[in-house]
Write a protein that binds this ligand. Structure first.
Ligand code: EPU
Length: 420
């Protein structure tokens, strides 16, 4: 197992280029299963999660090639079964369920199981596919979908008790593009990654309207063809570097990002008093020792993203004020809090609200990465903590941040990867 040794505090200065979005790449790679023809996907970040997805596609029978960010998939003949050994490593492997159902009208995909940020059920994915007429059974930990008969478009509401579902919307959309008739997804997730998937499907010949809003209409077609696509910039990676720069920066510019996808987090930074210069595809941020605290509540897009709350939690520790963070999507997603406290942070966690009294001097300590975004928060805290921080279980961060060590080193951080 690898760990990251970070020595702080180090002032960050310079430019960082943002990678393609992980959460766009995963469903888009899965969508290549919808056609026999060749698809070319560009700006796929080199991460363990995208590697798992290409392995799953290959195991399902697709020919997959990967070279510096470009993934080529030709799924001439594919199997309908994705067993536990294949899907257990990554929860997002559930997004092969929709494409297999759409193309083969049958699928057996193992339930991916829970994860550290919460229970993560898939009931809404299944409800959506059932709404299209598929018969579903769950047996021995596997989901079996039979859509041979009566598979056709209908109106489906995917709103759950925590709001819309991103991968659930993706799965239903990917199945519905090849269902007869018209499907209307109400309560659809409006995240930019859902819209990016829809844009790829449209290039493949799908007829989709309303992606990026809460109502998506899909007119089913007989078949899809090959297409080329470039995935959107990763708004969460971009936000993570902005937080780092706000905490320990001397002026950092992030490039090749999509500021229009980051409005909620940019507003929090502006309201706190961090000077921002926002360009078409770049953002420059400077520190502000007089920055004010903030109150964040996570919401589905266009609200404040759950995938950014841990990093803003780290930022709050250096602001000389009180901030609160309330998590409504994954109420248990606070694994980073105990670790930040080990570094000296003053955080009081009550239910799903963290109250952070910032301004304490953080000190380096050995800490444990738990999930992807919690690990990112620990790196941010370590960069400006006094002394050496050792972040264990680094594989969590490699799931979602491409070349994170190189990118931070290039803007002045002192970090080193070591084997245990
Ligand atoms: N939910 C249900 N039933 C379902 C599906 C979801 O109740 O069938 C609930 C969840 O428990 C949660 C809420 O609905 O409370 C939203 O979950 P969602 O389905 O939107 O999550 P997801 O699609 O599985 C994606 C991202 C996550 C991100 C969430 C929320 C990918 C690969 N993953 O997950 O990203 O946190 O949307 O925005 O796109 C990450 O990148 O670190 C990450 C965890």
């Amino acid at each position: 197992m690898e760990k990251l040794i970070v020595k702080g505090p180090t002032p960050l200065k310079g430019r960082v280029t943002i990678s393609g979005s992980k959460n766009s790449s995963l469903p888009i790679l899965a969508a290549t299963l919808l056609t026999k023809e060749k698809c070319v996907i560009r700006r796929v970040p080199d991460l363990s999660d995208t590697n798992y997805m290409t392995q799953i596609l290959a195991e399902l029978g697709a020919e997959v090639e990967r070279a510096s960010g470009v993934v080529t998939v030709e799924a001439t003949k594919i199997k309908s079964v994705a067993p536990y050994d294949l899907v257990r490593k990554m929860r997002a492997s559930i997004c092969v369920l929709g494409p297999l159902t759409g193309r083969l009208k049958k699928a057996s995909v193992s339930l991916p199981g829970g994860c550290v940020i919460g229970d993560r059920p898939v009931d809404l994915h299944l409800k959506g596919l059932e709404g299209l007429g598929a018969k579903i059974t769950v047996d021995g930990g596997d989901i079996h979908v039979d859509a041979k008969k009566n598979f056709k478009g209908s109106t489906i509401n995917l709103l759950g008790k925590h709001g819309s579902t991103v991968l659930g919307t993706d799965n239903v959309m990917m199945a519905a593009v090849l269902a007869k008739g018209t499907t209307v997804i109400e309560g659809a997730a409006a995240e930019p990654e859902v819209e990016d998937l829809a844009n790829f499907l449209i290039k493949m010949g799908a007829k989709i309207e309303g992606a990026g809003t809460h109502t998506i209409t899909i007119h089913g077609v007989k078949e899809l063809h090959g297409a080329e696509h470039t995935v959107i910039p990763d708004r969460i990676e971009a936000g993570t570097f902005l937080c780092a720069a706000a905490m320990a920066g001397e002026g950092v510019t992030i490039r090749r990002c999509a500021p229009e996808h980051m409005k909620a987090m940019l507003q929090v930074l502006i309201d706190s008093g961090f000077p921002l210069e926002v360009g078409k595809d770049s953002i420059t941020i400077r520190p502000n020792p007089q920055a004010k605290g903030f109150d964040i509540t996570t919401q589905p897009y266009p609200g404040f993203p759950t995938d950014m709350q841990a990093q803003f939690g780290a930022l709050a520790t250096v602001i000389n004020d009180v901030s609160t963070i309330t998590e409504t999507i994954f109420p248990q997603r606070f694994m980073h809090v105990a670790e930040l406290k080990r570094m000296g942070a003053d955080i009081d966690l009550q239910g799903a609200t963290a109250r952070i009294r910032g301004g304490q001097k953080l000190k380096g300590a050995p800490v444990m990465a738990s999930d992807l975004r919690a690990s990112a928060a620990l790196v941010l805290a370590a960069l400006q903590a006094e002394g050496k921080t050792e972040i264990n279980r680094l594989y969590h961060i490699d799931r979602g941040y491409e070349h994170i060590d190189d990118k931070f080193s290039a803007i002045g951080a002192d970090l080193d990867r070591k084997k245990d």
